[in-house]
Write a protein that binds this ligand. Structure first.
Ligand code: LLP
Length: 424
């Protein structure tokens, strides 16, 4: 559920008129709904009730400082995967004691920064990473709290580019070698084993893969405890999918958080561990839209193109993952729907948002909204074709705030120089 709806035919973000917003901030831009963000954190947390997990919002999904501050206000922690994300989470006031650090390639500098901050948990993804973390911690006289990310060798369905839990994926340590790896970690100075971690992929639309992976790690928790390790935390990652409104989605919408929580209650609650979750898309995906203006309506030989002012550099998901985003005219003037190919101005055929999408008649100058664009939208944007990163706006009831401004081209060029040579 989200808070983007029509009032008098015009799409609003809560009570903010997107047509008026477009006139004020210029297109294209992202707009997020604060009420939707709050609601999603609330629904997710409520699903677990008295299990009272640490909800560590996955910063990579949308890392805007204002979004992170709102998450912090709602009591969420943060799942970070880089020193930059750690800095953002701390800057937004997320308590270090609610931050977990994931990722296969943490640098020693990043480890040091996280130790200095005093984060809750390092999710370690290899034995060599553990050695490095132990060294960095020892040099500081610190102890790093660790969980190993277990690769449970489970196929999560969905798009191959966002599956992470198969044996051939780069993530985690093989579940078959976990006992040996924990035994070694117990001998390593500078680290303290505190838990087990798993994350199998993203936009997962069925409970099945979760069930297989979670059963595997629950079993592992029991085995590790029998081996003498104190396993206090179980991080079950993120990955629960959201409805994108695909008409062709025969399998139906992804499970509700209540059903996901029911599964976890059954499998993990008996372990008596502190549960951690790292939801990203579930919280922000349907809390954001990308608003774009139609530059040209072009009559091709076989089809009609809408050339809009947003492009693959602003929202890369359709080009990269063949992702479906529903498209809504911001002002619905009615009329019989007709098929349009909706494309951006970038000089690549892959700069396409939708093919043969049925929309009521659209004219040049009209606004369209790409729905469900709050997750992995702005964060994956680039400046390709020297297009400035676009503004992000937060709507809250009838108010709005620009939470990221559009940089000028001058600012974009400012980091670049003609060579002033030095010898290495
Ligand atoms: N935890 C870890 C360790 C992750 O790698 C991810 C996502 C999450 C949590 C959050 O997963 P979520 O709840 O958002 O599914 N760019 C792709 C998605 C990549 C997901 C990467 N990892 C997309 O646009 O679909």
């Amino acid at each position: 559920m989200h808070h983007f709806a029509r009032r008098d035919g015009v799409l609003h973000a809560e009570a903010v008129d997107l047509e008026r917003l477009a006139a004020l901030v210029g297109t294209p831009f992202y707009c997020y709904s604060a009420a939707t963000l709050r609601r999603h954190v609330g629904v997710f947390r409520a699903a677990f009730g008295d299990l009272d997990p640490l909800v560590a919002y996955s910063v990579k999904a949308n890392s805007n400082l204002a979004v992170l501050s709102l998450m912090r206000e709602e009591g969420a922690g943060a799942d970070v995967v880089s020193g930059g994300e750690l800095r953002r989470a701390l800057e937004a006031g997320v308590p270090a004691g609610k931050i977990v650090f994931s990722g296969v390639g943490k640098t020693r500098e990043e480890m040091a920064a996280a130790l200095d901050a005093g984060i809750f948990q390092f999710n370690v993804e290899s034995e060599n990473e553990l050695s490095a973390l132990g060294e960095v911690a020892r040099a500081k006289g610190a102890i790093a709290p660790v969980a190993f990310r277990i690769n449970p060798d489970v196929s999560a369905g969905g798009h191959a580019k966002i599956s992470t839990g198969k044996a051939e994926d780069k993530f985690g340590v093989p579940w078959t070698r976990a006992r040996e790896i924990y035994a070694r970690a117990a001998e390593t100075d500078g680290v303290r084993i505190q838990g087990v971690d798993v994350h199998i992929g993203s936009q997962i639309a069925a409970l099945d893969p979760f069930e297989r992976a979670f059963n595997r790690v629950a079993e592992l928790v029991r085995t590790l405890r029998a081996d003498g390790h104190e396993i206090e935390t179980l991080d079950l990652g993120g990955g629960l999918g959201i409805p994108y409104g695909e008409p062709e989605n025969a399998a139906g919408d992804p499970p509700h958080p209540d059903d996901y929580a029911g599964l976890i209650r059954r499998i993990a609650a008996p372990l008596g561990v502190r549960l951690i979750f790292e939801p990203g898309r579930l919280i922000v995906g349907n809390a954001g839209v990308l608003v774009s203006r139609v530059l040209y309506v072009k009559e091709g030989e076989a089809k009609k193109f809408l050339i809009v002012d947003a492009a693959m550099n602003d929202l890369i998901r359709p080009a990269l993952y063949d992702a479906y985003h529903a498209v809504a005219p911001v002002r619905d003037c009615g009329g019989a729907p007709q098929p349009y190919d909706i494309v951006g101005p970038i000089c690549e055929t892959s700069d396409s948002f939708a093919r043969a999408r049925d929309l009521p008649p659209v004219n040049e100058g009209d606004l369209v909204a790409f729905m469900s664009a709050g997750a992995y939208g702005a964060v994956q944007a680039s400046q390709y074709n020297t297009r400035p990163l676009i503004p992000e706006v937060l709507a809250d009831k009838d108010r709005f705030a620009i939470i990221r401004r559009r940089p000028s081209i001058d600012e974009m060029l400012d980091c670049e120089r003609n060579p002033v040579w030095s010898k290495a």
